[in-house]
Design a protein around this ligand. Structure first.
Ligand code: FAQ
Length: 338
């Protein structure tokens, strides 16, 4: 449904690829890196890279990993209340997939020399960000379908271009993640289709969920390009391929016809087809609300973080046991070798 993002041109102009980096202490290595950028070749973990490129990747990949892990919570909340065995099995599989995505992404970030403990510590102490969208509550079963349709839909739109990211391990992790996200999006849409063929109360529940999630999903793509401090450099480095606003527009254009088929109204009186632009125009996003949420003051920020910290602390005995077992095995192997 969203694979068209793979073959549309990058938002950046040809020639923009060249990294704008402060003069390097290692000009030959810097020149080699820039040649690779110009040729759109992948950078691999053992390749030399500028510190700022490494830092940007650790920031983005670890935040992405945290989003997948924290993102398990709003839907996980409904596993025990899914309306049928089939829906429960699908939801369990989806939430487990999100956990798996977090783990691939932590592994990709570790190849840049940052340990998982460091990344988790940054999350648990509130220094690292994760996606704003996971700080809102899931009030009804329809929210689970809407998260699949809209949140996973927005995530795929943003993540398909990341399959072409200049950093090899991130790009390769994203290929598998996008395949799984595609299933997530479809199952969400299908479950909403079923609800929309149900009772008036079920249809009203879907509409209410769409009303509550629509604007938050548009904000997920990040601030407008003009207010996005990381975009220009991220694009020059081939980390980001399509800008926040361009992805947001692609998402709106793809979603409006899906909403029409579903029979729901998107809660935006300014939403209208613009013949000249060949795109849907949409209304103003509440960026104050977005930043308040990003900065820790959304409706569920404190609860989400506390749940993650508790899960980490409760799992300490498993990590201790695994380390003790590894130490015992090593000792045994040394004895046998002696
Ligand atoms: N929430 O200059 P930019 C998912 C921050 S996974 C919170 O534009 P950039 C799967 C941004 O970090 C969803 N913070 O930044 C799933 C930066 O702050 P910093 C996550 C946000 O990096 C589905 C500042 O604002 N996906 O949903 C947000 O160039 C269902 C300025 O922004 C990814 O992480 C936000 N929405 O572009 C799981 C994809 N937007 O770091 C479970 C990878 C912006 O300088 C259930 N990430 N900020 O302190 C990206 O593509 C980029 O990092 C962007 C932001 C596009 C998110």
């Amino acid at each position: 449904m969203y694979t068209q993002a793979l073959d549309i041109p990058d938002s950046r102009q040809a020639g923009d690829l060249k990294a704008v980096e402060a003069p390097s202490a290692q000009p030959a290595l810097q020149a080699h890196f820039e040649q690779k950028m110009d040729a759109d070749h992948k950078i691999e973990p053992r390749d030399w890279m500028p510190d700022a490129y490494r830092k940007t990747l650790v920031r983005q990949i670890s935040q992405h990993a945290h989003s997948e892990i924290v993102g398990m919570l709003p839907e996980g909340n409904w596993i025990s209340r899914a309306p049928s065995l089939k829906r429960k099995a699908i939801l369990l599989a989806k939430v487990q997939d999100e956990g798996g995505h977090g783990l691939y992404l932590y592994s990709a970030a570790e190849t840049l020399g940052t340990s998982r403990d460091q990344m988790l510590d940054a999350l648990h102490t509130g220094r690292a960000k994760y996606s704003s969208i996971f700080n809102y509550p899931t009030l009804t079963w329809a929210d689970v379908g809407v998260i699949g349709w809209l949140v996973d839909g927005a995530a795929i739109m943003n993540q398909i271009p990341l399959c072409r990211c200049s950093y090899g391990p991130y790009a390769r992790a994203m290929i598998r993640i996008c395949k799984e996200e595609s299933f997530h999006q479809r199952q969400g849409y299908e479950s909403l289709m079923v609800l929309m063929q149900g009772t008036p109360e079920q249809r009203a529940m879907v509409q209410d969920a769409v009303n509550r999630w629509w604007w938050k999903c548009l904000a997920m793509f990040g601030p407008p390009d003009a207010d996005s401090p990381n975009s220009a450099q991220g694009m020059r480095w081939g980390i980001k391929r399509i800008s926040n606003d361009d992805l947001r527009q692609k998402f709106v254009d793809a979603t409006v016809p899906q909403a029409q088929v579903l029979g729901v109204t998107l809660p935006d009186p300014d939403l209208k087809w613009n013949e000249a632009r060949q795109h849907w125009d949409y209304g103003a996003i509440d960026w104050d609300e977005f930043w308040a949420t990003v900065n820790g003051n959304g409706p569920c920020n404190k609860e989400r973080l506390a749940t993650r910290v508790k899960a980490h602390e409760d799992g300490q005995w498993v990590r201790d046991a695994a380390l003790a077992h590894a130490a015992k095995k090593k000792e045994q192997a040394m004895k046998e070798a002696a």
